[in-house]
Design a protein around this ligand. Structure first.
Ligand code: SD4
Length: 339
């Protein structure tokens, strides 16, 4: 991929970012440009690229990933650029800028990225950085490590050209102040529902897969809490030989069963993506029946296999996932256990 193609595909993602972000994005892109790789490898299948992501985000998110691959970008570029859109969107209260803060009023972010050959990178408990998914990718590509946390992750981001920013919007601050007034011992349990983590997985026409996941985690969480989104195998898992899976909802429940890894392994054993997602959810409930009586319990999974079949499953009605395939965008209502 040459510079021109990259800038062209990047400008699609840029539609959703503000002017201030754009300046940062430009410097970030200049930095990233050095590391871009064209789509290569995999088995030549001549299939249409496939993208699926948790929830009904704006079509541009799913489409950006699809178009990036259609324009010759790698599947890693595709998932990164798509996830940067909700990270920059101040209206989304569960990812990046605009995310609800922890119980001390600080926005702390988790993100991961993985390709289908087992390469992965992740940042946890990261503050002040607009594009955690891009920092995760740099961890993967520039270091021998998988996870960077907190202060060290921030330092790494700053050393690599990211700018420090205030990610707490007025809207999130107001909600936080409201919560402070209402809070009591049960406050964490009674927190606002915000389960809109973006988990996005994609496969290019040659069968190369990648995924990325980004979240500000649970609203009003205990400071230092890390969810499933950055945990490889929990919020995200990708294997070119089988397929990919990602998760949203109560991260602790997903972590306890290595949810996304479990789904990929179930698909390896021949289960369809749909059945694998359902079995993973049932595993959570089997091991931790307490979740069945918790009012706000919610976990949703979505996955695809290497044949391009996709599926999702959620504990409760209401979860949906977005699909971009053969040039078409679709929002699929997930099957569920409970109304
Ligand atoms: C977490 N899975 O940190 C995330 C929560 C979520 O939108 O889905 N937030 O547990």
């Amino acid at each position: 991929m040459n510079r021109r193609t990259f800038i062209k595909t990047t400008s699609l993602a840029g539609v959703a970012v503000t002017a201030t972000n754009a300046a940062h994005l430009t410097s970030h892109i200049a930095h990233r440009e050095l590391q871009l790789s064209p789509a290569t490898g995999g088995q030549a299948t001549n299939k249409s690229p496939l993208v699926i992501n948790t929830w009904d985000y704006k079509q541009i998110v799913t489409e950006t990933a699809y178009q990036t691959m259609s324009n010759g970008g790698s599947v890693l570029d595709a998932v990164e650029k798509a996830v940067m859109i909700p990270e920059a969107d101040p209206e989304i209260t569960s990812v990046g800028r605009g995310g609800f803060p922890d119980k001390d009023g600080k926005v702390t972010l988790d993100a991961s990225i993985m390709d289908g050959n087992g390469n992965c990178g992740s940042v946890v408990f990261l503050e002040h950085i607009l594009y955690p998914v891009s920092v995760a990718r740099l961890v993967m590509e520039k270091t021998q490590h998988v996870y960077l946390a907190g202060e060290g992750a921030l330092q790494f981001a700053l050393q690599n050209g990211f700018a420090k920013e205030n990610l707490l919007t007025e809207k999130a601050k107001k909600e936080y102040e409201k919560w402070l007034l209402e809070s009591n011992d049960e406050s964490i349990k009674k927190r606002k529902e915000n389960h809109d983590t973006i988990g996005l997985i994609a496969m290019d026409a040659n069968g190369n897969m990648a995924g990325a996941c980004s979240s500000s985690g649970m609203a009003w969480k205990i400071r230092g809490r890390v969810g499933d989104s950055p945990i490889i195998g929990a919020g995200l898992y990708v294997d070119n030989e089988v397929g990919a899976a990602t998760a949203t909802g109560i991260g602790e429940a997903v972590i306890k069963v290595c949810g996304s890894f479990l789904i990929v392994e179930l698909m390896r054993q021949g289960k369809s993506p749909q059945d694998a997602c359902q079995l993973a959810l049932e595993r959570i409930l089997h091991k931790q029946p307490k979740y069945k009586v918790e009012n706000n319990f919610l976990v949703g999974f979505c996955a695809f296999n290497k044949d391009g079949e996709h599926g999702g499953f959620c504990y409760k009605k209401g979860f949906e996932y977005s699909v971009y395939k053969e040039g078409k965008f679709e929002v699929v209502k997930s099957k569920y256990l409970k109304d």
